[in-house]
Design a protein around this ligand. Structure first.
Ligand SMILES: CC(=O)N[C@H]1[C@@H](OP(=O)(O)OP(=O)(O)OC[C@H]2O[C@@H](n3ccc(=O)[nH]c3=O)[C@H](O)[C@@H]2O)O[C@H](CO)[C@@H](O)[C@@H]1O
Ligand SMILES: C=C(OP(=O)(O)O)C(=O)O
Length: 415
């Protein structure tokens, strides 16, 4: 089991490129199952979740060839088989096999998805969507069984704004007869990326990025070439780390508009953020103001950046409030941060963070992906050496985190 060691106290200085978005890549890979000819996907992040998903595609009979960060996926010889192994159960995005296999074969057996433990993560809205399209859905032996001899377009209102349900319904609906309308759809940039990819394959999807998405069914899709959008969560993590260490960091290959919820919050705290065409620069300040964070679906403040942002708030001059509106169990990182010297009190979905608390390097455990990212930021700020265990969680979503941090002058290594 690898660990990360960080000697804190050095400001991050310099520039690094941001990789392709995890949450796009993990939806585009299953989307390739819908194409009759090979797809080429550029800017694929080299992260653990992608490797696991590529293995799942290979298990199903797809040919996947990599050249640098470009993947060529030929899913023409894929056969439908129950997908229930540990890879499926370790990924949240494996739930997209339901929509993609239902769309392609009219039936699917897919194990219940995994992903970060953030409290309950139901899939009732995915199922509501599949049923509205005409599928029968049942759960047996830890797997979802779906069947629909013919999918028919329908009007589907999501009771909660869900990234996963929006994408899954899009995947199933591209071959549904007639018009499917998703109302109260999620608006994340990754959803727009998936719709752009599917449209490149020949699908007819309109409205992605708004809360009403219209999908007119088609009978065939072909492969296409597509470059994944930059990972706004990876970028946001480094923006936070730059601010927390009082450094100056330029992030290249980003879409500044996607980072606006984070840039706006940093500016509110007195941290200058400047935007180029495809870059953002964050300049740390000694006088960090406190701020309140309420996580929301896009374009609100992203839940995935709440854990690392909490660390920044421990360094502000005053008390800050965090309200985690998306996942009820996403404050577990605060326990480890308190062991490092933070003073954070939690109550349900709320955390009250006392600012101006020095952090000390100790051994801590990454309980999930972004809790792990929070500990990395804490380690960069802390006095002394921080040892982070269970870093396989961090590797799920950050490409070469130690290498990128070293390029910015951090004293961090993997053992
Ligand atoms: C692989 C991937 O893209 N993961 C992202 C995706 O997760 P994921 O797609 O799982 O998150 P959702 O947007 O679906 O979840 C949002 C909220 O809706 C609830 N819900 C969701 C579906 C459902 O059927 N019923 C239901 O009640 C969830 O419990 C949660 O409270 O979006 C989250 C919210 O931006 C991010 O944190 C994750 O990084
Ligand atoms: C919650 C996350 O991922 P997943 O949905 O894949 O568990 C995340 O990326 O922070």
């Amino acid at each position: 089991m690898e660990i990360l060691k960080i000697k804190g106290g050095r400001p991050l200085i310099g520039s690094i490129p941001i990789s392709g978005a995890k949450n796009s890549a993990l939806a585009l890979l299953p989307a390739t199952l819908l194409a009759e000819t090979p797809c080429t996907i550029e800017n694929v992040p080299d992260i653990r979740d992608v490797k696991i998903f590529v293995n799942l595609l290979r298990q199903m009979g797809a040919e996947v060839a990599a050249e640098g960060s470009t993947l060529r996926v030929d899913a023409t010889r894929v056969t439908n088989r129950p997908m229930t192994d540990s890879g499926v159960r370790s990924l949240r995005a494996s739930c997209y096999l339901m929509g993609a296999l239902l769309g392609r074969f009219g039936e699917a057996v897919v194990g219940l998805p995994g992903g970060c433990h953030l409290g309950p993560r139901p899939i009732d809205q995915h199922i509501k969507g599949f049923e509205a399209l005409g599928a029968t859905v049942s759960q047996r032996d830890g797997a979802i069984h779906l069947k629909a001899p013919r999918l028919k377009g329908a009007r589907i209102y999501l009771d909660v704004v869900s990234v996963g349900a929006t994408i899954n319904i899009m995947l199933a609906a591209v071959f549904a007869e007639g018009l499917t309308v998703i109302e109260n759809a999620a608006k994340e940039p990754e959803i727009v990326d998936v719709a752009t990819f599917l449209n490149g394959m020949g699908a007819r999807i309109k409205g992605a990025g708004t809360d009403v998405i219209r999908i007119r069914g088609t009978s065939r899709l072909g492969g296409c070439r597509h470059a994944i959008i930059p990972d706004r969560i990876e970028a946001g993590t480094y923006m936070i780390a730059a601010a927390a260490t009082g450094g100056e960091v330029r992030l290249d290959q980003v879409i500044p508009l996607h980072l606006e919820p984070i840039s706006a919050k940093l500016r509110e705290m007195g941290v200058p953020v400047t935007e180029g065409d495809e870059s953002v620069t964050v300049k740390g300040t000694k006088n960090l103001l406190p701020a309140d964070i309420k996580t929301q679906p896009y374009p609100g403040f992203p839940t995935d950046l709440q854990p690392p942002f909490t660390v920044l708030l421990t360094q502000a001059a005053g008390t800050s409030l965090v309200i985690e509106n998306v996942f009820e169990g996403r404050l577990r990182h605060t326990l480890e941060l308190n062991r490092m010297g933070a003073r954070i009190r939690t109550d349900g979905r709320m955390a009250l963070i006392e600012g101006g608390t020095p952090l000390n390097g100790i051994q801590v455990r990454a309980v999930d992906l972004r809790a792990g990212a929070a500990l990395v930021v804490a380690g960069l700020v802390a006095e002394g050496e921080t040892v982070i265990t269970d870093i396989h969680h961090i590797d799920r979503g950050y490409e070469q985190i130690d290498g990128k941090l070293r390029r910015l002058g951090a004293d961090v290594w993997r053992e």
